[in-house]
Ligand binder design. Structure first.
Ligand code: PLP
Length: 286
């Protein structure tokens, strides 16, 4: 059985409890991070903690622990659960006040809740899906306007995944005012004439930690990167497409709304970026 962390305690997962008044449960008043684990080490941990601190600050939510504590908790759970490849999920919510109320509770009276657990995913880096590529559909982006904050409001992305599944695809790319924002749980890219195109950072998308690393590695490898909006029509005409996220790293996209990109197999850029990302991230893992 998995050992998880809840508000200061390491517990068997079945003994871990959160109050029914927790604002994460009642109001999705919480933020989260997912850090991947390779070779038993954390990938891009500092980036995830920096984004967490930004999400908390934007929501005026206090962290119950320091970033040093977070590293210790992550490492303890990875060790206790014997994770070689997988993820660590972390969630902070605005805690459990005495009663349900829209007004934020006084943080001195209601401490934030912290939950951390591991997900064991052997073969995460060697995912066969990376060789085949994914199929995506496009859907309207109906999420709220602060997607740069990594909140636990994941109902619409979850519905998007179900729309994709029902359509026989693997995921959905969301579209706002005619332009692709991002995938349901990943950032979206196209490649045309060797140039990597991805939407620029704003409140419209999550500022992916994997995105930042991949764009840095692409620049270092002398690949051309253009941060700008693109449409689904442009994406269908692209040579290649791919997504990035902490749990999928770089994953080729080979079909959009039933239209195959190129010959319908992963091209050269996405598999190369995946290789570089995995290699460099393993080297920098802590
Ligand atoms: N965009 C959305 C909406 C996400 O949910 C995620 C990850 O969960 C990402 C992008 C990718 O972010 P990261 O690379 O930090 O995992």
């Amino acid at each position: 059985m998995r050992t998880v962390y809840v508000n200061g305690d390491y517990l068997p997962e079945t003994d871990a409890k959160i109050s029914i008044f927790d604002r994460g449960f009642l109001m999705a008043d919480g933020v989260y991070e997912v850090t991947s684990v390779l070779d038993g080490k954390l990938i891009d941990f500092d980036g995830h903690v920096a984004r967490l601190e930004r999400s908390l600050a934007e929501l005026e939510m206090a962290s119950p622990v320091t970033s040093e504590d977070l590293l210790e908790i992550h490492r303890a759970l990875v060790a206790r659960n014997g994770i070689e490849e997988g993820m660590v999920y972390l969630q902070i919510t605005r805690g459990a006040p005495a009663d349900r109320d829209f007004v934020f509770p006084d943080p001195d009276e209601t401490p934030s809740s912290l939950v951390v657990f591991t997900q064991n995913k052997p073969g995460l880096a060697d995912n066969p899906a990376a060789k085949k590529g994914m199929r995506v559909i496009s859907i309207d982006d109906m999420r709220w306007g602060r997607r740069d904050i990594k909140t636990v409001q994941l109902l619409y992305p979850s519905m998007g995944k179900m729309m994709a599944k029902k359509a026989g695809a693997d995921d959905a790319w969301m579209v706002q005012d005619g332009f692709v924002t991002e995938g349901t749980s990943n950032n979206a890219y196209i490649v045309k004439g060797g140039k990597i195109i991805t939407r620029a950072r704003s409140n419209d998308i999550l500022h992916g930690i994997t995105r930042a690393a991949v764009l840095r590695f692409a620049a270092e490898a002398q690949m051309e990167v253009e941060e700008r909006n693109f449409t689904i029509a442009e994406a269908r005409e692209a040579d290649e497409a791919f997504i990035t996220s902490a749990s999928t790293f770089v994953m080729p996209v080979v079909e959009i709304d039933g239209v195959k990109l190129g010959d319908g197999t992963p091209g050269r850029v996405a598999p190369r970026l995946r290789e570089i990302y995995l290699e460099e991230s393993r080297k920098a893992a802590i």
